[in-house]
Design a protein around this ligand. Structure first.
Ligand SMILES: O=C(O)c1ccccc1N[C@@H]1O[C@H](COP(=O)(O)O)[C@@H](O)[C@H]1O
Length: 212
């Protein structure tokens, strides 16, 4: 299986369209108002309207209220929810949508236990633990903290970029990778050339692991 690619934190329709045209499988929209990549519903609708068919739209939340999540779902064509805070499994599954649970990994994080807790998630998304931040920091973490066998698909994120993603794919064999800062020219502004290099690096790493 080739690693699927999600690029997160779009604020402009033209960047999301460029990502889709370059081959991204999914784009992420950040509904967290403390993020420099935050979008409101009108911005999200414009970004989604620019996309071609068969590109998944992921809505990212950090400890949002039920009403906030439901409002986004009511107004935007969202395929997958991504929860980046301390949301319970019960809360995540209550929307009856595919969801990803993000975990900020540090020594002692029990990923196997978290995979059991969020067993109905579409994947466990591993990000770097950075004190005081919920994600999108551009920091990597120690990938050896990821157990070799997890009962959920692993989505690797945290500080990935065009220079380290091939190594990450070769070492961790994730089901998918997720990147935000590492393909930007400024906060919330995605660089077409960095996105192209990132996607090419993932594909090349995959090809060297399984050439057919
Ligand atoms: O992108 C953000 O601003 C953000 C804010 C709060 C929580 C998560 C956020 N982004 C997600 O963080 C990871 C890692 O991002 P990076 O590549 O290290 O910048 C990724 O899953 C983003 O979707």
């Amino acid at each position: 299986m080739s690693a699927r690619i999600k690029i997160c934190g779009f604020t402009r329709p033209e960047d999301a369209l460029a990502a889709a045209n370059l081959g991204a499988d999914a784009i992420g929209l950040v509904f967290y108002d403390k993020s420099p990549r935050h979008v409101d519903i009108a911005q999200a609708q414009a970004i989604i309207a620019a996309l071609p068919p068969f590109v998944s739209v992921v809505a990212l939340f950090v400890n949002a209220s039920r009403e906030e999540v439901e409002s986004v779902l009511a107004h935007c064509a969202i395929d997958v929810l991504q929860f980046h805070g301390e949301e319970s499994a019960e809360f995540c599954r209550s929307f009856r949508r595919p969801y990803l649970k993000a975990v900020r990994v540090q020594p002692g994080t029990d990923l196997a236990a978290l995979a059991a807790q969020y067993h109905d998630a579409r994947g466990l998304l591993t990000d770097a633990f950075v004190e005081g931040a919920h994600g999108g920091t551009g920091k990597t973490f120690d990938w050896t903290l990821i157990p070799p066998q997890l009962p959920l698909p692993l989505i690797l994120s945290g500080g990935l970029d065009e220079h380290n993603v091939a190594d990450a794919v070769a070492r961790v064999s994730p089901a998918a990778v997720d990147v935000s800062s590492g393909v930007e020219s400024g906060k919330g502004i995605k660089s077409p050339s960095r996105m192209a290099s990132f996607i090419a690096a993932v594909r090349a790493a995959q090809h060297s692991i399984s050439p057919v």
